[in-house]
Design a protein around this ligand. Sequence first.
Ligand code: IP8
Length: 242
Amino acid sequence: MIIVKLGGSVITDKDTPETVDEASLTQAARALAAVDDDLIVVHGGGSFGHHFASEYDVSRTQGTEEYEGVVAIHDAMARLNGEVLDALHAEDVPAVPVHPFSAGFRNTVADLVFPTGQVRTLLREGFVPVLHGDVVGHEGRGATILSGDELVVELAERLDAERVGLCSAVPGVYDENDEVVERIRAFGEVAGALGESESTDVTGGMAAKVEELLALDVPATIFDLDGLDAFVREERVGTRIG
Ligand code: IP8
């Protein structure tokens, strides 16, 4: 089984609220239609989730107790999820939605609690579950953001993924000379080169992504949309993490 995350900045125009990048989403869906293995797709928030998360000042640690914020963020992500499903259906991918808001939560003991039985069952029945970054209930803080990257890590560990691919806006992780790093084994190797994300992104940008993927036993690769076909064909592409 492989997990592919479509970054929000790949499939949306990140600087214009609620705008899908139709051409990029179609290109991604075509590439994913060629996957032979079992497949889970996760997508990020882009100009849908991150727009409302910053409007209501919600992040992975900063919660909101306003129902309006929770509903606005979740609804925007559900709308983007619908767009991703439509694009995959157009390529005959048997994609079905899984909305993390209704499945997971954070508590003070385990941080993220996310049951995966529904995803496992859907995979076994031949579907392609499509999850997304979302807002989730958070014990003592109202609700906080659950990033697509956290979901990828959780699903990869719990469902024994063979490999994980993160399709992002850049062709890999850059070093200080703006060259794509082939492989990162420890965060210290790239800490100096990793800046903040340029657009509104409440979940931490590339640095958080790399740290999270380093904690994973499964091989993970970061590449851009033009690298997705190569990742699907198991060719070397982008930056390998771990
Ligand atoms: O774009 C965050 O997911 P990410 C989703 O994967 C929201 O960090 C709701 C902002």
